[in-house]
Ligand binder design. Structure first.
Ligand code: ING
Length: 303
């Protein structure tokens, strides 16, 4: 059995005026807890260094860019990398990435995978950006990811690290079956994902009561249908007046949730994941080579 002990590091709210060093201290506290619990890899949420800023309409680009990282690790995040390496821990973390590519400034909702030596061994840029790109004052709060961020340009990839084949996605990606299937077709054994999910979705308030149900449903389905572990980690609680769901959990390839958070604050949950548990599904019910019929699936890639 190839076991990987995972720490899912849920974060409570991050205030608008909370500095990077203050947030890094919270992340480091969770790293120490993870070390004490025998974890090897710690998974942090989406946009884990700042408040979920797409909830506001901000006109000044300089003000928006204050929420982005221009280098990773940078002066204010190096302590996180150094502490993880000192503790011999790997980690994944989500953050807003500002980068100059081909002479153009690009902005992405990004997640990286860092090995126990502090090397970035995987990177993902969020592909499914929810919400809207214009100010919509009718909403109690905005969801302007489509305004501040670009669609990710790295695809859904897997990385052969930590003794297994790991993949990443971010938040809204988890609601789309294609996300898991593209990685499933690459043999992914564990998908790491973070999310910031408001309880209330202004365009469809009648869905609100089902937020935690939908959160669990989509991750359990993705896990089972692709014979992979799924680690879903929330930034949650009442963040700047906007309640966000918790529901952090570690899901086996069987689709069963084997560990889940109990609070809406900073909380570490752990599980010793046997990466071989997907084998029995991949060699029977989800033996893609024997059972998939892609000649009937072309509509799925139609634009
Ligand atoms: N957040 C939400 C998510 O997909 C959302 C957007 C909120 C969708 C409420 C549905 C209901 O979990 C992000 N950041 O994608």
């Amino acid at each position: 059995a190839r076991c990987l002990t995972i720490g899912a590091a849920q974060l409570g709210p991050i205030a608008r005026d909370e500095s990077r060093p203050q947030v890094v201290e919270r992340l480091i506290a969770l790293l120490h807890q993870a070390k004490a619990q025998g974890c090897e890899l710690v998974v942090f949420p989406e946009l884990a260094l700042t408040t979920f800023f797409p909830r506001w309409y901000v006109e000044d680009q300089g003000d928006v860019d204050a929420w982005f990282e221009r280098e990773m690790p940078g002066p204010q995040t190096r302590r996180l990398f150094d502490t993880a390496a000192k503790l011999g821990l790997g980690f994944s973390i989500g953050y807003a990435e500002l980068v100059e590519e081909k002479g153009r400034t690009r902005r992405f909702n990004t997640a990286i995978l860092v090995d126990p030596q502090g090397n970035i061994v995987g990177k993902y840029r969020k592909i499914h950006l929810p919400g809207h790109d214009q100010h919509e004052p009718w909403r109690q709060f905005q969801h302007l990811e489509k305004r501040y961020l670009e669609t990710g340009n790295l695809g859904f990839r897997t990385f052969d690290v930590f003794g297994g084949r790991l993949g990443m996605c971010i938040c809204n990606d988890r609601r789309w079956p294609e996300t898991y299937r593209v990685m499933g077709l690459q043999g992914v054994e564990m998908v790491l994902l973070g999310y910031n999910t408001p309880v209330h979705n202004p365009p469809a308030p009648e869905h609100d009561a089902l937020g935690l149900h939908h959160n669990r449903l989509v991750m359990q389905a993705g896990a089972y249908q692709n014979a992979t572990w799924v680690v879903g980690v929330a930034k949650c609680g009442n963040e700047e007046g906007v309640p966000m769901i918790a529901g952090t959990q570690i899901i086996a390839p069987s689709g069963e949730t084997l560990a889940q958070a109990a609070t809406e604050g900073d909380e570490l949950i752990t599980y010793r994941c046997d990466l071989d548990l997907g084998r029995s599904y991949r060699s029977s019910v989800f033996d893609f080579a024997r059972h998939r019929e892609p000649q009937h699936y072309s509509l799925i890639t139609a634009t």
